[in-house]
Design a protein around this ligand. Structure first.
Ligand code: CMP
Length: 148
């Protein structure tokens, strides 16, 4: 089953939007198979954002992403990489489509609340950066539970 990496960035944590954003992914039908709060350091941020190291905004991005803890999670589901990117919206919140997370909650290009893997290959690489195999769970959410 396809998986993607989502990061709820420092602005999501600061603005207490963690629950509302996770709710959207659950409502859509995606399964959370791994989740934790971590404080990203500069080395980890450089590894994750390796494609952007030569961009003019890289230093600012590094400052931002290391400024507060973040929530990292792995979502699983059909076509999850593309569907989550659609739910998140364009990088620049002001250009994001109406109804996307970035449109609904943001106004900035850098402080855009959420990171979501761009492709299946990126997702595989990024998940390995943030999660050990034993931190990801296979489970059947429809399994009947004991009611005792
Ligand atoms: P993300 O989808 O995590 O991928 C790279 C991040 O860099 C992006 O979200 C933004 O947080 C940030 N970013 C992208 N473009 C710019 C820009 N022009 N100026 C500042 N930050 C940017």
């Amino acid at each position: 089953m396809e998986r993607t990496l989502v990061i709820l960035k420092p602005d999501t944590v600061q603005r207490k939007l963690i629950g509302r954003i996770i709710q959207r992914f659950e409502d859509k039908g995606f399964k959370i198979v791994g989740m934790k709060m971590i404080w990203i350091d500069r080395d980890l941020a450089t590894k994750h954002y390796e494609a952007h190291v030569n961009k003019p905004f890289f230093n600012s991005l590094l400052e931002f992403i290391t400024s507060l803890p973040v929530v990292v999670m792995v979502l699983e589901g059909t076509d999850v990489v593309e569907q989550v990117r659609k739910m998140v919206g364009s990088t620049d919140c002001r250009k994001a489509e109406v109804g996307t997370i970035r449109f609904d909650f943001g106004l900035s290009i850098q402080n855009n609340l959420v990171h979501a893997s761009e492709s299946i290959q990126d997702a595989e690489r990024e998940i390995k950066i943030f999660f050990k195999e034993e931190e990801l769970f296979s489970y059947d959410p429809y399994k009947p539970l004991s009611t005792v």
